[in-house]
Design a protein around this ligand. Sequence first.
Ligand code: NAD
Ligand code: ZN
Length: 348
Amino acid sequence: MDIFINTTQSKYKIYLDCIALKNLNEFIASKKEYKNIIVITDSNVDHFIGNSFNLKNYKLYKYVIEAGEKSKNIETYYKIIRYLTSIKVDRHDLIIALGGGVVGDLAGFVASTYMRGVDYIQIPTSLLAMVDSSIGSKTAINTEDGKNLIGSFYNPRAVFIDFAYLKTLPQKEFLNGLSETIKASIIKDRKLFELIIESDLNNEEIIKKIVKRSIEIKKEIVERDLKETKERQLLNFGHTIGHALEKLSDYTLPHGYGVAIGMAMITRGYYRMGKTDEKTYKRVEEILRKNHLPTHGSYSTEDLYSEILKDKKSNGNKINIIYPKLIGDCRIDTVDKSNLLKLLKHCL
Ligand code: NAD
Ligand code: ZN
């Protein structure tokens, strides 16, 4: 049931439905080279590391950040780097990212830059991190000017997905992650879309199926295009608007909620422009509404427009917008920036 990610850079395994701490112990025991183990985690999930983490022969350190997107910044990054220096971490040590996407992105970026790179392992605890942020090698921090403006592509040595962590995940955070699985289904897999829209999502086995399929979709895309030159751009469906909304809300709007609004707005806009059919548009609205995800933002098109122009993903005078032609079939539309404001008005 495990999944291998095999990119031109390296190969690593995603252990699906495992007991993360048990796997971690085994992994560390099998690698004699590590001296210190540093767990980077956040204030909501640091207790998961608890007493069951039993490591002989290793020194275990824990660095706890304040939970939330606001910690994904250069100040926290620098504090962690100073901490690693103070405990004399070197290239023979191992960093563990235990938490949601914020911890994963931040700890991954620390691991990729500290002493030009230290091994790290991802243990995602939120649904979003399991299906999306822990897969695909992107690490990042935000700056005042935008999301993920500083970052790197850096592979973890392994990813351990332990569904037991989802038991304590608040409903809002569950929906936050569900939004990314909905995105994966609209991009590539009509069957997954039907499974999400038709099923009882309180059923654990269904959730496991959804997580597994979402990871497979991301794996297939990143293996073909790690650096986002072509196909990986599809994963940005809903994200251009989503990131702008997150930023405008001063990061009080969770990532997946921003993406949900972004997906709904783009589908609405492309339907109105005659590029998406009515059935597809209605199904996208339906799956989001049914799962209590938002479909409308609360900022003006002008605000959105100026925020989007700051996005690192725009290239020169053009910006690539991802839209669904059909469920399971998304396309890339290259839009001239001079037409973007008009396009956004169609999306309202
Ligand atoms: P998050 O890390 O802030 O987690 C959301 C909240 O859930 C936090 O309060 C966290 O403490 C809490 N939480 C996590 N696991 C829990 C658990 N098991 N029980 C109880 N509470 C738990 O945010 P997120 O939604 O996981 O991730 C969002 C971030 O991921 C954003 O910064 C986004 O940019 C990034 N992201 C990165 C990629 C990538 O490819 N690297 C992809 C998608 C998203
Ligand atoms: Zn995302």
